[in-house]
Design a protein around this ligand. Structure first.
Ligand SMILES: Cc1cc2nc3c(=O)[nH]c(=O)nc-3n(C[C@H](O)[C@H](O)[C@H](O)COP(=O)(O)OP(=O)(O)OC[C@H]3O[C@@H](n4cnc5c(N)ncnc54)[C@H](O)[C@@H]3O)c2cc1C
Length: 494
């Protein structure tokens, strides 16, 4: 392969790709990143995130290594607890119904903290996610959901820091450069065919890392693999993740694996645009449903809003909303919990209704049967075990009794004005099915052998997430396997 122009080509420009490129650069000289998006839309879904990363830490001393700026005062006022490897493994096993690939999951968990420390060494800065993942009770914050670490500047900050690091390390980044296919023969992969600013060219390399995201922005594949109705979902993030790199790998014999009919999908502003808007970022999401109730077009509740902490239910409830009549629902809250609503409820681009009485509110809910809705709320109110104290920091067991669809925690009667309702639909985040990789992030063929010169990381890898997902695992997944893929690709390139 003396003619190879690059040692490693990385396809994609998000978190997994940039981590792969930085890692490859530690072991080889010439690394190229191909990003399909123009520079002002680059960074994939990673740029749309809040930058939250689920990582194992044994206590505040670990966090201080990652965030040396934590002040003594912040530490005194915060109960960070710990999130040990067993908890992360348990969370992965539980939410994926024990289907997550055990080897890849163990790597994800065990390498989570080393990977973020490594990102820090490249210039990414982290802070504690007080705003979204902790509640203040009597002057002390308590983290409740195993998710404590946030990149400074959120997703845009994360992508900017990684991009700056890549440029500083002499990595070439080509924007508006769409990988079309792999250059491959019996000996493996030798480069990528690219369309760069309208021109198709072949770029040779000793190895290739695929990190170009899932297929959620491809309407036809969504409907084909996730099933009928999925063409009606809104895409939360980038419009560029159309499954290109998955297809490129399948075309040369890579094995598909994982939950091809599954995806991460959440409650998302009903009138949001078809794809994500970087100016709004993740704020179209509506994640405070554990403090209220859902109603559908028939005025009925349809899901246990308090089944678990939000971090463990939000990613599967988008699908439930998609299956409601008209693919929408309203989240309803009363005055007692308004202070708990996340910042995303305060943006300008919300479909919101307010009223001083429930009778008035139900009439304002577009496309909903008002009489049925009022009956449902009244039945819900009667079923609440108000004798159990409400506590948002723990699964408080304050539940309903006797309802066909229970609310298992945080059940509060809706009785205090002002009443508020927010209209949501299903927003798809990313797809779960993808390419099979081994522990070195080598792409495995349908014959069960690694394909020489081909590696993969991030959203387009299958087998890790099934049905559901513990919040903040996507960026960690990209960082851990991006780092491994980059190193493997560079070292195998010799
Ligand atoms: C609104 C929102 C909020 C989220 N919040 C969080 C969070 O706080 N924490 C968390 O862990 N996860 C979060 N996620 C999930 C997270 O974004 C993903 O799991 C993660 O960013 C995936 O990283 P990736 O690098 O694999 O993919 P991406 O970041 O999507 O990168 C894929 C890249 O590939 C490029 N590409 C696509 N096709 C081609 C091609 N043919 N040629 C070249 N390039 C191509 C794209 O342009 C893009 O740059 C969120 C997602 C969304 C949409």
């Amino acid at each position: 392969m003396a003619s190879a122009k690059y040692d490693v080509i990385v396809v994609g420009g998000g978190n997994a790709a940039l981590c792969a490129a930085l890692s490859a650069r530690e072991f080889s000289k010439k690394v190229l990143v191909l990003e399909r998006a123009p520079e002002d839309e680059s960074g994939g879904n990673s740029r749309f995130t809040a930058g939250l990363l689920r990582v194992v830490y044994d206590g505040v001393d670990d966090l201080k290594r990652l965030m040396p700026d934590l002040s003594e005062d912040e530490i005194r006022r915060t109960d960070f607890g710990a999130y040990i490897a067993e908890q992360f493994l348990d969370d992965m096993a539980r939410v994926t119904e024990f289907r997550c690939d055990p080897d890849l999951t163990e790597i994800l968990v065990k390498q989570s903290f080393p990977a973020v420390l490594w990102m820090r060494s490249k210039g990414v800065r982290f802070t504690a996610a007080w705003g979204r993942q902790a509640f203040k009770i009597e002057d002390r914050f308590k983290f409740w959901g195993g998710l404590t670490v946030e990149a400074i500047g959120g997703g845009p900050g994360l992508v900017d820091s990684l991009t700056q690091a890549a440029k500083k390390n002499g990595i070439d980044i080509w924007y508006t450069s769409r990988a079309l296919s792999l250059i491959a023969d019996d000996d493996g992969v030798h480069g990528v065919r690219v369309r760069r600013s309208g021109k198709t060219l072949e770029v040779k390399s000793k190895s290739v890392v695929l990190a170009a995201g899932g297929f959620q922005a491809n309407t036809e594949w969504r409907t084909r693999y996730l099933g009928p109705g999925w063409e009606l979902a809104k895409v939360r993030g980038t419009r560029f993740n159309t499954g290109d790199a998955i297809r490129m790998a399948l075309d040369i014999g890579a094995a598909p694996v994982g939950n091809w009919s599954g995806c991460h999908a959440v409650a998302w502003e009903r009138n949001a645009p078809e794809f994500g808007d970087l100016a709004v970022g993740d704020q179209f999401q509506k994640h405070s449903y554990p403090w209220g109730i859902y109603l559908n077009a028939e005025g009925r509740r349809f899901v246990d809003e308090g089944a678990d902490f939000r971090n463990y239910t939000y990613a599967k409830y988008g699908r439930v909303i998609l299956t409601q009549p008209g693919q929408f629902a309203w989240q309803v809250f009363d005055g007692k919990v308004r202070h708990l609503l996340r910042d995303e409820y305060k943006i300008r681009q919300v479909t919101k209704r307010s009223a001083q009485t429930l009778e008035e509110l139900v009439k304002k809910l577009d496309d909903v049967n008002p009489d049925a809705a009022l009956n449902e709320i009244q039945a819900f109110n009667r079923a609440v075990r108000a004798d159990i104290p409400f506590n948002p920091n723990v699964k408080d067991g304050r539940r309903t009794e006797g309802l066909a669809i229970p609310k298992s925690n945080w059940a509060n009667t809706l009785d205090t004005p002002p009443f508020e309702a927010y209209a949501v639909t299903c927003g798809i985040t990313f797809t779960f099915g993808g390419l099979k990789i081994n522990s070195q992030a080598q792409v495995v063929s349908t014959d069960g052998e690694p394909i020489p010169g081909l590696y993969a990381a991030g959203e387009l890898v299958g087998g890790i997430f099934w049905f559901n997902y513990p919040g903040g695992s996507g960026l960690t997944n990209g960082a851990v396997f991006g780092r491994i893929a980059g190193r493997s690709a560079a070292t195998s390139a010799g």
